[in-house]
Design a protein around this ligand. Structure first.
Ligand code: SF4
Length: 494
């Protein structure tokens, strides 16, 4: 596999039809490997962030809070407390004498100023190390402030991002079950693992409402403490993304007997299946099935002509996919195939054995499958496989641009809706504008050895007005004045 893959990471890299055995996964990142994974605290923060009428207090040094300030493109239809990030900003003195008193004061001040419906207090590495008892502080604060103050045990060092999801689900489970559920319809669901990026939850909610299903609560997109408290009244939990909210779904199944199904709202196939699966669950209401089929027909008739266009232009292009949860990778592979694109690299930060088995089954021979990867490995395989596009998050963007290929943000920072039928078109539009962007004529891609390609694509070398090839580089490299003199050189000489 070459020097780009460290010896201790070789069992987390798998190439279809070439590698024997199973891929290794669900383990701590290798020290020094510069993993693309985020910490436990970040895992909790991304799940709870969209609860818009709650205060989010990060108990730790300011760096942790700045890392997760305004981190998601999650929209709110009302309050926007979630967009403020508060920190106890622990200093040396607090590390030595403890930060509990400071935290208590911060909760008191912030609750009286912002009047939230709940408070989430996040533990970080430092508070875990010095041993602050945030559970006791939160318990006292709940009694004094009259709103639930919930400790989120998200000490950054204690595991992987997945442990952060668990800590967030644990905090949410203490709100679920506290509200009044009289009047909730027997044909009702909770939407779990949908974070309302660019209003996606509203689109999904609208499909279900058009089917005739009541949506009791969305966790956590456009989240409200009151609605979350009633979530135990729903008949079914519909869980998107296997990683983040599955722990809450399992808890609710055990405690309240609410079953759950796993769905994805990304891609025509999966979005339609998400509607059909809910209709099948409520089989005693046959009109739901009829309504779901009608919605699928209507929505497809709107977007199919545009899909044909993108298929014509993008067919044959190759994509590298590296995402948080593997569930998203499945949907991306299917969606890209719809426009004739193939996936040559597929990886995730938090996939489990079943996820990787499914990836292996879905992928074409030669596809590289990666668990908990790093920039060096990703760059190596992007070059080797000749990917034209990288789909990932904020940490993968610079890798793509440095290699001179298109990039599509499919992470929680994005501001474009990619879910549902409308989102599918937004996604293809983004893929198209990035892969076909004229910018690549100024930043030609690197070849397999990591060198800039000197020529070969129509964009690499431009012609001048008389149709002659320019001597070198791009129009930015050497500017000439009206007399044909090199401006830069002249300025320098002056
Ligand atoms: S919790 Fe720890 S790992 Fe996470 S941002 Fe803070 S210091 Fe870094």
């Amino acid at each position: 596999m070459g020097s780009a893959v460290l010896k201790d990471r070789r069992d987390q890299v798998w190439i279809k039809s070439e590698t024997e055995g199973n891929i290794s996964c669900e383990k701590s990142s290798l020290a020094g490997a510069v993993s693309q994974r985020a910490c436990v605290f970040c895992g909790s923060r991304v799940v709870l962030y969209p609860v818009a009428d709650a205060l989010h207090i990060v108990h730790g040094p300011i760096g942790c809070a700045s890392y997760t300030w305004d981190i998601r493109g999650s929209l709110s239809s009302g309050p926007e407390l979630h967009r403020l990030s508060f920190s106890t900003d622990l200093q040396e003195r607090d590390i030595i004498y403890g930060g509990e008193k400071k935290l208590e004061r911060a909760i008191g001040e912030l609750v009286s100023e912002h009047k939230p419906n709940a408070v989430f207090v996040y533990a970080t590495c430092i508070t875990g190390i010095i041993g602050d008892d945030i559970s006791s502080v939160c318990k006292r604060a709940t009694e004094e402030c009259g709103v639930p103050v919930l400790a989120v045990h998200s000490e950054g060092f204690k595991g992987t991002k997945k442990d952060g999801y668990k800590a967030a689900c644990d905090a949410l489970s203490r709100i679920v079950g506290t509200g009044d559920i009289s009047g909730v319809s027997p044909v009702s669901i909770n939407i779990l693992g949908e974070f309302n990026l660019a209003g996606e939850a509203w689109m999904i909610e609208d499909y279900y409402k058009r089917m005739g299903v009541e949506v009791v609560s969305v966790l956590t997109g456009d989240g409200r403490v009151g609605k979350i408290s009633k979530a135990h009244g729903a008949a079914l939990n519909v869980v998107q993304c296997s990683g983040s909210l599955i722990y809450l779904a399992e808890h609710m199944k055990e405690k309240y007997g609410i079953p759950y199904i796993r769905v994805s709202y990304f891609g025509i196939e999966d979005q339609s299946q998400a509607l059909y699966d809910v209709a099948d669950f409520f089989a005693s209401s046959p009109e739901l099935k009829i309504n779901s089929e009608k919605i699928v027909r209507e929505e497809l008739s709107k977007i199919m002509p545009q899909i044909q266009f993108y298929r014509k232009v993008l067919s044959g292009k190759r994509a590298a996919v590296y995402v948080g949860g593997a569930f998203k990778a499945f949907s991306l592979i299917k969606a890209l195939r719809l426009i004739g694109m193939s996936v040559v690299i597929a990886g995730s930060q938090t996939g489990n054995k079943e996820d990787y088995q499914q990836l292996k089954d879905m992928c074409d021979p030669g596809t590289v499958i990666l668990d908990d990867s790093n920039p060096l490995e990703l760059s190596k395989f992007v070059l080797e496989k000749g990917a034209d596009l990288f789909i990932g998050g904020v940490k993968e963007r610079p890798i793509a641009f440095k290699l001179g290929i298109g990039f599509c943000d499919h992470n929680h920072e994005r501001k474009t809706a990619l879910a549902g039928y409308e989102g599918m078109i937004n996604f293809f539009k983004e893929v198209h504008s990035s892969v076909m962007s004229p910018v690549w004529r100024f930043a030609p891609r690197k070849d397999k050895r990591g060198r800039r390609e000197a020529s070969g694509t129509p964009f690499d070398r431009q012609k001048d007005k008389r149709g002659r090839r320019e001597a070198s580089g791009t129009p930015f490299d050497r500017q000439k004045d009206k007399r044909g003199n090199d401006k830069r050189r002249r300025n320098h000489e002056n």
